[in-house]
Design a protein around this ligand. Structure first.
Ligand SMILES: Nc1ncnc2c1ncn2[C@@H]1O[C@H](COP(=O)(O)OP(=O)(O)OP(=O)(O)O)[C@@H](O)[C@H]1O
Ligand SMILES: [Mg+2]
Length: 256
């Protein structure tokens, strides 16, 4: 029961670690290369729709509906976006995270649908800042996990805890899951603390796993607020440059 196209989960249990910014902008970068991308928003905060400028009407279908309806297909709840090659499976802002039942494989089952593999080249899943059955659904359905982190002292412990969870999921639930990398976000090279935290992550997990970071750039927050990926809002910004480079790296790692 696996999806035959690459499924990438963006995860960090810590709130505000850049998950949604990374999800939306990586999705837009991959779509710009002509790859057909499905972005799934598992977080009931519903921020992917905000970041893509997708207006959600009350009672509109959402990815969370699959947990109440065992036969619902993802192709029946996805939305077009204004961006070529990019579709969104939006979140239900009224969804209560403890209401997704006990089935950790429901999302994997829904993704193992020929219609998804025919219509898309990549699936990206944005996850909530929690360790619950929704996150287990995402990790059970995925081939890859990317961990963004803000290089603050407390983040390192959070990343370590998450990696323990990831290893448990790999050994007990989904042996296909691999850690694609750790991504420092909101970085500033002149802040010693940032360098120190990333050195710790590198020492613990290996230099190959630590990707070039996304620098701090207010344009990323502004782009989000107007519902556009940064490549459209401020194409010459640091943020746009960093996300283009990140997407090229991810493509190399996932398609090799
Ligand atoms: N590189 C960056 N430079 C400046 N601001 C950033 C950057 N990345 C993210 N932000 C801002 O930081 C805030 C948190 O980012 P984001 O919403 O992506 O985190 P998150 O991990 O998805 O949060 P949550 O856990 O609540 O879902 C947002 O206001 C976002 O615009
Ligand atoms: Mg988020």
């Amino acid at each position: 029961m696996t999806c035959s196209i690459p499924v990438l989960v963006i995860s960090n249990r810590k709130g505000g670690a850049g998950k949604t910014t990374v999800s939306v902008n990586v999705a837009a970068e991959l779509a710009a290369t002509g790859r057909r991308v499905l972005l799934i928003d598992l977080d009931s905060q519903g921020h992917c729709a905000v970041g893509l400028g997708v207006k959600m009407g009350a009672g509109q279908a959402s990815v969370h509906d699959i947990f109440a309806s065992p036969t619902l297909r993802l192709v029946d709840v996805m939305h077009e976006t204004t961006i070529d090659n990019l579709f969104l499976l939006p979140a239900n802002p009224a969804f209560q995270h403890d209401h997704c039942g006990k089935n950790e494989k429901r999302l994997a089952q829904a993704l193992a649908d020929d219609a998804i593999a025919e219509q898309f080249d990549f699936v990206i899943i944005d996850t909530p800042p929690s360790l619950d059955n929704l996150l287990l659904n995402a990790l059970s359905a995925a081939h890859w996990v990317l961990v963004p982190y803000v290089p603050h002292p407390l983040s390192f412990e959070g990343v370590r805890q998450l990696v323990r969870v990831l290893f448990k999921v790999i050994s007990e639930r989904n042996p296909k899951l691999k850690i694609l990398g750790f991504l420092p976000v909101m970085t500033a090279n002149n802040v010693r603390q940032h360098r120190q935290v990333t050195e710790q992550v590198t020492k613990q997990f290996g230099a190959l796993r630590v990707l070039n970071g996304i620098r701090s750039d207010i344009k990323l927050a502004e782009a989000f607020a107007v519902g556009k990926p940064v490549r459209f809002y401020a194409p010459k910004s640091r943020g746009a440059e960093d996300f283009a480079e990140l997407a090229a790296t991810l493509i190399q790692l996932m398609e090799k």
